[in-house]
Design a protein around this ligand. Structure first.
Ligand code: SR1
Ligand code: MG
Length: 415
């Protein structure tokens, strides 16, 4: 059957045979299209026996329209990323019930009562397990998807499978690493920010840092990354955390997802003064956001260390050269060097992500929801400056330096 975008009316006939056992009689399904992302159709399907989510790729970018074609094959990459992530960190991504490659359609577990993390952060809610869950997810998926865990043959076969995700790679290469640094046609920004933007673009060290980050993104095919780990790609309850939407998955640097997630925490941090009723009212929340940055890296590094010691069975840093030769200290030194490289790359990705979410095509609700234009400009100017310093000073910033830097720029108070 040729590909056809679904509607709430046509979905039961299409998915009934595959999902009848799970959802019940398709003639009694109710279907609502709820997609509010940039790319796809998303349906909630309710039946007498259960609920599922059905996500279907459109042949164009939903955010822009038919003038920006996109390959349906992104659904294939999302399916393969979801199944790998489910195996590498069980329970952290929605279970896939059905995949129809021709229809670019994935039916998966309906996450309830979960909400999108970004909306919860805008509302000022805390999640006690967030940094731990994401830190573990990143360490496990990135370590187990790399040559630290996989044989050369398996790694190269998987790289080949994901190598065709070129159009979504190009979106990141263009929107994240290049567009923010010149007057690109798709860019948009808050009025009043032009002076900051001119200063940013005049900073040669920053433009070099951004291109070094792009160079790393393109050439460091170290592991299977989620590829779009912002706070809209995470769903939460009070204490549960799930990662969704890996359609940008590709082989890239260890630090990419880590840096993207940290950037989104820091964007939320700098947005706080736009959301508080009186100065300082959101200080505890500021503290919570910065604590997430520190805890994320701590948990990530500890789990990565654990996997390095217990699951390093791949083609890289073979045990025979270290532990097997009586050189445990050598294995520790190599681990320290790998972690240092991941952190440094993550800071570069963090900086550019902060910039593109203010200057590029795709912005974030944390800042967009600030109603007072003057307060919004101030928040965005601070975030731009943090991004600039993080990217250009990445070789010398520790995790503690990073959070102190953001606090310093946000008001000179270590909140
Ligand atoms: C053109 S799509 C814009 C953004 O939405 C996605 O979620 C990615 O972040 C992409 O960069
Ligand atoms: Mg998405």
């Amino acid at each position: 059957m040729d590909y056809a975008p679904l509607t709430p009316e046509t979905l039961p006939a299409r998915l009934g045979p595959a999902l009848r056992d799970r959802v019940g009689d398709p003639s009694r399904w109710t279907v609502a299209e709820v997609g509010d992302g940039n790319l796809n159709l998303v349906f909630v399907v309710n039946g007498p026996a259960g609920q599922v989510i059905a996500k279907q790729a459109l042949p164009y970018l939903r955010l822009v329209g038919e003038g920006w074609p996109l390959p349906l094959k992104r659904s294939f990459f999302e399916y393969h990323a979801l199944t790998r992530q489910a195996a590498r960190d069980p329970g952290r991504v929605p279970e896939v019930f059905h995949f129809d490659e021709g229809q670019a359609l994935i039916a998966m577990r309906y996450l309830t009562p979960h909400v999108v993390l970004r909306k919860s952060i805008v509302a000022g809610r805390t999640h006690p397990n967030l940094a731990r869950d994401i830190g573990l997810f990143l360490a496990r998926t990135l370590f187990r998807g790399s040559g630290l865990s996989m044989t050369g043959a398996d790694l190269r076969a998987d790289m080949a499978l994901f190598a065709d995700n070129t159009v979504l790679a190009d979106i990141s290469e263009t929107l994240v690493f290049t567009d923010p640094y010149f007057d690109a046609p798709r860019n948009r920004n808050t009025e009043g920010l032009d002076g900051c933007i001119a200063a940013l673009r005049a900073d040669r060290a920053l433009r070099v840092a951004a291109q070094e980050a792009k160079h790393a993104f393109v050439s460091k095919t170290e592991t299977l990354v989620h590829g779009d780990l912002h706070s809209g790609s995470i769903m939460v309850t009070g204490d549960d955390t799930r990662v969704i939407d890996p359609e940008f998955a590709l082989y890239g640097p260890f630090g990419f997802d880590v840096g993207m997630f940290i950037a989104n925490l820091l964007l939320a941090y700098h947005a706080q003064s736009g959301h508080e009723d009186e100065p300082g009212a959101r200080d505890p929340y500021r503290g919570w956001l910065l604590a997430q940055v520190a805890e994320l890296w701590h948990v990530f590094a500890e789990e990565f260390r654990h996997l390095w010691q217990t699951e390093r069975t791949g083609l890289l840093y073979e045990r025979s050269l270290f532990e097997g030769a009586g050189d445990r200290a050598g294995a520790e030194a190599a681990l320290a060097s790998v972690l240092r490289g991941i952190w440094t790359d993550a800071l570069a990705f963090c900086g550019v992500e902060m910039h593109r979410r203010i200057l590029g095509l795709a912005h974030v609700e944390d800042l967009e929801a600030i109603r007072d234009p003057a307060r919004r400009v101030l928040c965005e100017a601070r975030a731009l400056e943090t991004g600039r310093l993080v990217a250009t000073m990445r070789h010398s910033l520790s995790p503690g330096d990073l959070t102190a830097l953001a606090a310093d720029i946000d008001g000179g108070v270590a909140r």
